[in-house]
Design a protein around this ligand. Structure first.
Ligand SMILES: Nc1ncnc2c1ncn2[C@@H]1O[C@H](COP(=O)(O)OP(=O)(O)OP(=O)(O)O)[C@@H](O)[C@H]1O
Ligand SMILES: [Mg+2]
Length: 228
């Protein structure tokens, strides 16, 4: 099964988690590709334009795919895709993203599609990240960037995901503010108020909890259809 990774915000840990999911696939011998349909914020290097998310997904994936399929659109400006695309004079063609996704899906057992920013970020002027997940017909995992203010962001995002009708596989709580006050109470609140399930709590700079959360998702993605 393939999956769309969204987050409560930019910097929530979507790439951190998506790359771990791809590495977990690799350890289990699952053919997996990571996709970042639209990346904004790129540096020019001697080897060409470079974006950290695209590089991280490419490196973590057990299966290679052409750069144009892993990342159909790359923009220099670190801004919302519709703004970065306009600045580059480009019209984002969602059909082109879908075709790239279908080519990845035809080769892989698991395609991990990382969203852009949060759930309601515009990809084009009138087409949101939520619409992209629907167009690719993917179930969603939400990465909650656990920091001050995250409970509100998480509940708003979960509500918007539910309203969009996309199936949800759950959420991961990714601690991005390691000295957050009352962390256990925040995690308990998320667990109590989010639809769930919680696939894992990822601690700050902790490979073990990261791998565990990733394994939990890979188990769902690779479960035989029709199972319990
Ligand atoms: N649990 C963690 N421990 C240590 N570093 C983390 C953790 N989670 C995220 N980070 C770091 O925080 C930064 C933001 O995370 P990441 O890039 O995964 O967020 P994102 O949701 O993918 O953001 P974007 O919207 O830019 O795609 C990165 O430098 C990442 O390595
Ligand atoms: Mg990212």
């Amino acid at each position: 099964m393939n999956v769309f990774i969204t987050g409560t915000d930019t910097g929530a840990g979507k790439t951190h988690f998506s790359a771990a999911v791809l590495r977990a696939c690799g350890r289990r011998g699952v053919a997996a590709i990571g996709m970042k349909p639209v990346a904004s914020g790129a540096e020019q290097t001697p080897a060409g334009w470079h974006n950290e998310d695209v590089a991280a997904l490419r490196t973590a994936a057990p299966l290679a795919a052409p750069d144009a399929d892993i990342n159909p659109y790359l923009f220099a400006l670190p801004a919302s895709p519709h703004i970065a695309a306009a600045a580059a004079g480009v019209d984002i063609d969602v059909a082109l993203i879908e075709a790239a996704y279908r080519r990845c899906a035809a080769q892989a057992d698991v395609v991990v599609v990382e969203g852009v920013g949060g759930w309601l970020v515009p990809v084009t002027a009138d087409f949101l990240v939520a619409d992209l997940a629907a167009r690719l017909d993917l179930p969603v995992v939400m990465v909650v960037g656990v920091r001050l203010g995250c409970i509100n962001h998480a509940l708003l995002s979960a509500r918007a995901i539910a309203e969009s009708g996309r199936p949800s596989l759950g959420y991961v709580a990714n601690v991005v503010e390691p000295d957050l006050q009352a962390l256990p109470a925040v995690l308990e609140t998320l667990e109590r108020l989010l639809p769930g399930p919680c696939l894992g709590v990822i601690n700050w700079r902790d490979e073990e909890s990261l791998a565990q959360a990733a394994e939990a998702l890979v188990a769902i993605l690779t479960a035989p259809p029709g199972g319990p």
